[in-house]
Ligand binder design. Structure first.
Ligand code: FE2
Length: 266
């Protein structure tokens, strides 16, 4: 940690039931001196045993907000609110959602319903707003290639903040919007980034005494073979398992803009 950093926090996005990556990220963030931990939503999806995520979040006192998946589970909706229209994506999204719903205890589903949609912080005069997709819509996809700086600056003004932190897309990115202003997509812990690598990511944020902030993406290497084994034991689709083992997305590709999709294999 830089000598003048006054506060360090860790932000985790989209856990997608990857309890092994979550445990590893929590240990890593603590070892790096994170003083507060935040989860930006989507605790379940894709992975095995969704209930295994909750004890880790409670043990480490992670402050969580409600993503679209959490919102759907809590309200007993029919789908995850990702808005897939491609029949193949929709097919796999439904398998993922049905499995997660059936394996999340009623008590945990109720708890998801108690989570706030936004978390606000003020550090050294810097106003931070955490959300899932965007401040205006929980399931809005803000991609690096298709989101204009002008629009992000509008969001800062409209929601009266200096820093917006989000997740939901599954691919981390950041953009400086002014001397102290940032938009940061903190990435996801649940599955790799469609780049042929098997690690996942979270974000450390350092706040300084002069009222500035610096984000840093941190890779998380975990036992992805064990996760794959658990997924197969639970009879989850082999397509989901292959993403964990290869680092390439095999489903839910329709939401990717052209530029992000060209980086992938499918
Ligand atoms: Fe999401």
């Amino acid at each position: 940690m830089s000598r003048s950093s006054v506060w360090r926090i860790a932000c985790f996005g989209g856990i997608y039931s990857n309890h092994l990556a979550l445990a590893q990220a929590l240990r890593d963030a603590k070892a790096r001196g994170a003083q507060a931990l935040f989860c930006l939503g989507d605790l379940g999806a894709f992975g095995p045993h969704p209930d295994r995520v909750f004890p880790w979040l409670h043990q480490y006192e992670v402050q969580c907000l409600r993503g679209n998946y959490d919102d759907s589970l809590a309200r007993g909706l029919d789908d995850c609110q990702c808005g897939y229209t491609d029949p193949r994506d929709n097919y796999f999204a439904r398998i993922s959602y049905r499995y997660t719903y059936q394996h999340t205890s009623p008590e945990n589903r109720r708890w998801l319903g108690t989570l706030p949609e936004h978390i606000r912080l003020e550090v050294q005069g810097l106003r931070v707003l955490m959300c899932h997709g965007s401040p205006r819509r929980m399931n809005e996809f803000l991609w690096e290639s298709t989101t204009s700086t002008q629009f992000l600056q509008y969001l800062l003004r409209r929601w009266q903040c200096d820093v917006i932190l989000a997740t939901h897309t599954g691919i981390k990115w950041k953009r400086r919007l002014g001397p102290r202003q940032w938009f940061v997509n903190v990435g996801v812990l649940g599955r790799p980034e469609n780049d042929g690598r098997t690690n996942v990511w979270y974000t450390l944020l350092d706040f300084f005494s002069d009222g500035t902030m610096k984000p840093q993406f941190v890779p998380v290497f975990y036992d992805h073979h064990r996760l794959a084994q658990e997924m197969r034991q639970e009879k989850l689709p082999e397509e989901f398992v292959q993403t964990i083992l290869t680092g390439w997305w095999t489903t839910c590709l329709e939401v990717l803009p052209q530029k992000e999709r060209r980086r992938g294999k499918y």
